[in-house]
Design a protein around this ligand. Structure first.
Ligand code: EPZ
Length: 420
């Protein structure tokens, strides 16, 4: 497993081009199952998770090719509707095939996803929603066995806003007979981009981008092409890197409208920002102000930026409270940041961070995607050398992060292979 060696203390400056959004691609790719033929998704990021989704689809008979960030998906040869544990255990988002398979083929056998580094992350809302659309569902031997001659419209109200459940139920409803209303739907940009893609395939959806989606089911969808939206979390991670190292970083190819909560907090912390149509430039302050955040559903502060913000506040001038209302135990990065000299205490679903004068390099272990991002950020500002182990976690959601960081002036190298 690879590791990164980072020598901290260098302010980052320059421009980084942001890749397509992982969490958009992981919804758009399975959506292609809803039609027979060839879909082309451009600006698809070259990530481990995208490859995992591709291999799951390929195991069903889908033919995929990648060329310069465009994935071409041919669903003509689909011959099974199985998502085995071997695939699903690698990535929770594999559950996204459930809705399309039941809707298009009338049945699916999908492994229940395992937990993840920070908790069980159930899929009960996915299952209940697809049941409401008329599927009979049995849980057997760790698998979801779903079948339906034809799904029918329903009114579905999510008690908790769920990105995945909204996406899965939406993909099932577009081929159901009749009208479906999804209330308290997630409005994350990745879900809005999915709704727009489904409409381009011939689906009839009103309310994209709002928390109430009304779907008129159709009998068939046709293949379509899409341009994947930019990755707001990758963009946010690089802006935090600029703020943390006292640098000047521009992210290009972004939608600033997807980052409003983070940008406001960066300004509160003392950064000055210039926003263009598809770029944000950050100038770091000489000293960071301690700014509390509460991670919440969109357009609130993203939970996927919570660990990165914690790394930033580790060297702010004062005490900060970071609370996560989405995941109550998404703090696996904290013990590792403490190894780098941070002063952080966990209280329920909050991290209380007392800013320190500086961090000191050490060996630290990645546990999950955004935790490893926070450790890399901390290494960029820590004195001396930091080794971040098991960086396959970071490769799940960031395309060659070390190459992009080096282009901004970071001293970071990837050491391949040994068992760390
Ligand atoms: C998506 O996960 C993202 N993943 C996550 O990003 C992100 O952290 C999360 O949304 C929240 O924004 C993808 O899009 C592939 P949820 P998802 O369903 O869909 C609970 C990253 O770092 N819940 O919105 O799994 C759940 O436990 C990843 O890129 C149920 O209880 O998240 C959580 O507390 C990590 N039952 C809350 O809802 C369900 O059936 C929100 O989860 C489903 C969810």
């Amino acid at each position: 497993m690879d590791k990164f060696i980072i020598r901290g203390g260098r302010p980052l400056s320059g421009t980084v081009e942001v890749s397509g959004a992982k969490n958009a691609s992981l919804a758009l790719m399975p959506a292609s199952l809803l039609a027979r033929g060839v879909c082309r998704l451009s600006n698809t990021p070259a990530l481990r998770d995208v490859k995992t989704m591709a291999s799951l689809l390929a195991s069903m008979g889908v033919y995929l090719t990648f060329n310069n960030h465009t994935v071409t998906i041919d669903t003509t040869g689909v011959h099974n509707q199985d998502a085995p544990y071997e695939h699903v255990k690698k990535m929770r988002a594999s559950i996204y095939v459930l809705g399309p398979l039941v809707a298009r083929y009338g049945h699916a056998r999908v492994s229940l996803p395992g937990g993840c580094a920070w908790g069980p992350r159930p899929v009960d809302m996915h299952i209940e929603g697809i049941k409401k659309l008329g599927a009979s569902i049995e849980l057997k031997g760790g698998y979801i066995l779903a079948s339906a001659r034809r799904l029918h419209g329903a009114r579905i109200h999510f008690d908790v806003s769920s990105v995945g459940a909204t996406g899965n139920v939406l993909m099932a409803a577009v081929l159901a007979k009749g009208t479906t209303v999804i209330e308290n739907a997630a409005i994350e940009p990745e879900i809005t981009s999915l709704a727009r893609y489904l409409v381009s395939m011939g689906a009839r959806i009103n309310g994209a981008g709002t928390s109430t989606l009304e779907i008129e089911g159709v009998d068939e969808l046709h293949p379509a092409d899409a341009i994947t939206i930019p990755d707001r979390i990758e963009a946010g991670t690089f802006l935090v890197a600029g703020a943390l190292t006292g640098g000047n970083v521009s992210v290009e190819g972004v939608d600033p409208g997807h980052l409003t909560a983070l940008l406001a907090k960066l300004e509160d912390a003392g950064c000055s920002l210039e926003t263009g149509a598809s770029s944000v430039t950050l100038h770091a302050p000489p000293e960071l102000r301690p700014i509390d955040v509460t991670a919440a559903i969109y357009p609130g502060f993203p939970t996927d930026m919570q660990a990165q913000w914690t790394a930033l506040m580790a060297v702010a001038k004062g005490t900060t409270v970071v609370t996560d209302t989405i995941y109550f135990d998404r703090f696996k990065h904290v013990p590792e940041l403490i190894r780098l000299g941070a002063d952080i205490e966990i209280k329920d679903n909050s991290a209380v961070i007392r800013g320190v004068a500086g961090l000191t390099g050490a060996k630290v272990m990645s546990t999950d995607l955004r935790a490893s991002a926070s450790l890399i950020l901390a290494g960029l500002v820590a004195e001396g050398s930091t080794e971040v182990l098991r960086v396959y976690h970071i490769d799940r959601g960031y395309e060659t992060i070390e190459v992009k960081l080096r282009a901004l002036g970071a001293d970071i190298e990837r050491v391949a292979g040994e068992e760390f």
